[in-house]
Design a protein around this ligand. Structure first.
Ligand code: SF4
Length: 581
């Protein structure tokens, strides 16, 4: 139901945050990035440029495993960069796969991280290799622009071509949104692709009086108050966790034809420990639009957030807070005012899960699709080599899923036996045939050693925790049961941990807050069950619950629903109101 709590109006004038000043002074994202890259005296860049580099798709990090030792030796931090490659809808060609694989080996740490937003992440790149890495990503017809930063990021879309006839059409809308909401500044091309800086107003180049309307017609020179995330779901799959997105489109099909999208706004995961003014929130469905209206609706939602989002407090700057503070009715009417028409009433839809389905399926066109489980989304060693060999012969495409897995998609009947042989040779077949439902339902953000915000391990810890939990899972006969367990190294929640039936969120090194009770289809947040637990304590807490679940669950009852029925946690109805109760 839509409620209203505010009347709207211009955002109250408060002191803008430091980042707003950095954006304003950057001449449309240029800053002194070029000079910083050329400075061989340090492996880092200035604080201002490190903020701007995010818009270009790269983060300055350091190897935190080496911090203490280097400090002892009075050495600078071991600076490295992470490069995030946008892959709209997660679809890339075998040729692009091979290029990412090569760039990972040549410039990064030889691994590929599949992100929770269907992007590639390459870690451990030295400053001297950053330009070539990004340039070569672009030569492969992929892009890093706006993979991070206060702009619209990689547009997610259900990647399963076999799921519905409307898939290709929907994917096309993901591409249209990506294109329409990409920053227009030529800074990216100048810095990474050696394009000459063009004089005149449309470059934005250093001319503070050049018109923002010309340079960045949607964003202006301050871009957005904070990051902005868009996803498109195709029911019955909610694999993209549509309610975690700032803006979500739920595809509605009638008689096998795409008729439009329900529009959900105001989702987001991040919060801060101990700060109840911050919270995860699920998006609200505010109406329905036709396919032709969709890009315009997205633009208007973005511009309302651009104009009314909080630019003084970055912890309060996401769209979810704008909507929570001003009310959904106000927000919808502001969007409709800019559109010049009203959104239609939302249509009915049903989701049946937010996980992936593993193994082979055959599509209507006779092509075959295989979803592989990739633990923590990290490809290295034998698995990475196997996928390279598959890319060498594959005649379809690859699809990165929102759950950090891979679909080897559109395999022809002739190629399938060759691919199956390679899967066996490189132990990739094991990834979907013999792991427990708990492990398959896992997601983990990177956290240590590269993420500067990590309070605890995540990607390196989750497999260890799952191994311990599997003892009770097997003993209780739950090995086939899909249970979604999600781990993040800090409360920012990159692995969408508050939508895990079991959520594990880093609090301090070696200790985690344990959340329980999210819905299996991504429609309900979980709730804090116990805080500051070691792995051992998490296992001790979960063991009796899992045992009870094995014997007392109703037919088809998911773990997230059971823990609420059994009284372990209360159901969260609105993240903003009762997540922290
Ligand atoms: Fe880093 Fe926190 Fe995101 Fe994990 S959730 S990648 S620790 S910011």
């Amino acid at each position: 139901m839509i409620t209203d709590t505010a009347t709207g109006g211009a955002a109250a004038a408060k002191e803008p945050s430091k980042n707003e000043g950095i954006k304003e002074a950057s001449h449309y994202l240029r800053g002194t990035i070029l000079e910083g890259l050329a400075d061989a005296s340090t492996g880092a860049v200035s604080e201002e440029d490190s903020q701007l580099l995010k818009f270009h798709g790269t983060y300055l990090q350091d190897d935190r495993d080496l911090r203490a030792e280097r400090r002892k030796q009075k050495l600078d931090k071991a600076y490295i960069f992470m490069v995030r490659v946008r892959v709209p809808g997660g679809v890339c060609t075998p040729k692009q796969w091979l290029e990412i694989d090569r760039i990972a080996d040549r410039y990064a740490n030889g691994t590929i991280k599949l992100s929770t937003r269907q992007a590639f992440q390459l870690h451990g790149i030295l400053k001297g290799n950053l330009k070539n890495s990004i340039k070569e990503v672009n030569e492969a017809l992929l892009c890093t622009l706006a993979a991070c930063g206060d702009v619209n990021r990689n547009v997610m879309c259900n990647p399963n071509p076999h799921l519905s006839a409307i898939h290709a059409e929907t994917l096309d809308y993901a591409l249209k949104l990506t294109q329409h909401l990409s920053p227009r500044t030529p800074a990216y091309h100048e810095i990474w692709l050696d394009k000459e800086r063009v004089a005149g107003g449309d470059t934005g180049g250093g001319d503070d009086d050049s018109s923002p309307d010309k340079v960045e017609p949607i964003y202006g020179k301050h871009y957005l108050p904070r990051k902005f995330k868009i996803g498109i779901a195709i029911p019955p799959s909610n694999d993209v966790d549509i309610f975690s997105q700032d803006l979500g489109f739920i595809a509605i099909a009638e008689n096998g034809k795409l008729v439009g999208f329900n529009v959900a706004v105001g989702g987001g995961m991040g919060m801060s420990h101990g700060n109840k003014a911050t919270y995860p929130r699920l998006g609200d469905v505010m109406g329905f639009c036709t396919p032709e209206q969709m890009v315009d609706v997205a633009e208007k939602v973005v511009t309302v957030q651009r104009d009314y989002g909080d630019r003084s407090e970055r912890k309060h700057a996401r769209l979810k807070y704008t909507i929570q503070d001003r009310g959904l009715l106000w927000f919808r009417s502001e969007v409709e005012k800019r559109l010049g028409y009203k959104l239609a009433t939302a249509r009915t839809y049903t989701f049946d899960g937010n996980g992936d389905r593993y193994g082979w399926v055959e599509g209507g066109d006779g092509r075959h699709h295989l979803t592989l489980f990739i633990e923590g989304g990290r490809l290295r060693g034998k698995q990475k080599n196997g996928l390279r060999e598959i890319a060498n012969i594959h005649d379809g495409d690859f699809r990165l899923t929102a759950n950090q897995n891979i679909i080897i998609a559109a395999v022809s009947a002739e190629k399938r036996p060759q691919i199956e042989k390679l899967l066996k040779e490189y132990d990739l077949d094991q990834t979907y045939s013999s792991v427990t439902g708990l492990r398959r339902g896992g997601m983990a953000c990177v956290a240590l050693p590269t993420c500067g915000l990590a309070l605890a391990e995540s990607e390196r810890n989750l497999p260890l925790l799952v191994t311990e939990l599997e003892k009770v899972i097997r003993e209780a006969g739950l090995q086939e049961q899909e249970i979604h367990i999600r781990s993040s190294g800090c409360p920012n929640g990159c692995a969408r941990p508050y939508l895990g039936e079991i959520g594990v969120v880093g609090k301090v090194p070696g200790k985690y807050n344990l959340y329980l009770g999210a819905a299996h289809d991504g429609s309900r947040l979980n709730k804090l069950y116990k805080d500051v637990l070691t792995n051992e304590q998490i296992v001790a807490e979960l063991t009796p619950i899992l045992r009870r679940y094995a014997v007392e669950r109703n037919p088809d009852e998911y773990f997230g629903d059971f823990v609420i029925r059994a009284g372990y946690v209360k159901a969260v109805t609105s993240g903003a109101v009762d997540f922290h109760d």
